[in-house]
Design a protein around this ligand. Structure first.
Ligand code: C5P
Ligand code: MG
Length: 160
């Protein structure tokens, strides 16, 4: 019988002018973008942590410390691809990703397919195994006031 495991991921980044808004490797037109040491792709970071969590391999900061100049401005899909390699080296295969981005504006739904395709390609998954959802925070709290964005992810892996 197959062994399945789940991993959970969450991340938050501040919104600021003069920064790109990159979600799942896709650059989205926006007045404000995400601040961070890397490209601050909050969705890629949440999924990376979920992947690492599924194989109990620590977290993104363990593998890619933000004090390391190598990761300054880094394309976060590299983190995701590396986490996939680590998980596969442990004998697991990624079978499914579900995720939610919580951002007040802009509307993201027109970018869903592009984001899913990019994530699916990075993870070597069929498109129907990658789910990306969007929510506002109903104007409440730091996300609702447009000061930050959050992402949540759950990844399922199977012992290969
Ligand atoms: O947060 P709320 O429930 O009002 O979101 C309604 C719908 O708006 C979501 O299901 C999603 O399809 C879309 N949405 C979006 N971009 C956002 C937030 C929500 O496309 N930044
Ligand atoms: Mg992050």
């Amino acid at each position: 019988m197959s062994e399945y495991r789940s991993g959970l991921g969450w991340d938050v980044h501040r919104l600021a002018p003069g920064r790109p808004l990159i979600l799942g490797g896709i650059t989205i037109p926006s007045e404000l973008g995400l601040e961070g040491h890397s490209d601050a792709d909050v969705l890629a970071h949440a999924i990376t942590d979920a992947l690492l969590g599924a194989a109990a391999l620590g977290d993104i900061g363990l593998h890619f410390p933000d004090s390391d100049p190598r990761w300054k401005g880094a394309d976060s899909l590299r983190f995701l691809a590396h986490a996939r390699e680590l998980v596969e080296q442990r004998g697991f295969r990624v079978v499914h990703v579900d995720s939610t981005v919580i951002l007040e504006r802009p509307k993201l739904k027109d970018y869903r397919l592009a984001i899913r395709e990019k994530l699916a390609a990075t993870l070597g998954l069929a498109l129907d195994r990658v789910s990306v959802k969007f929510k506002t925070a109903e104007n409440v709290g730091p996300v609702g006031e447009g000061r930050s964005a959050e992402a949540q992810a759950i990844v399922t892996v199977e012992r290969a």
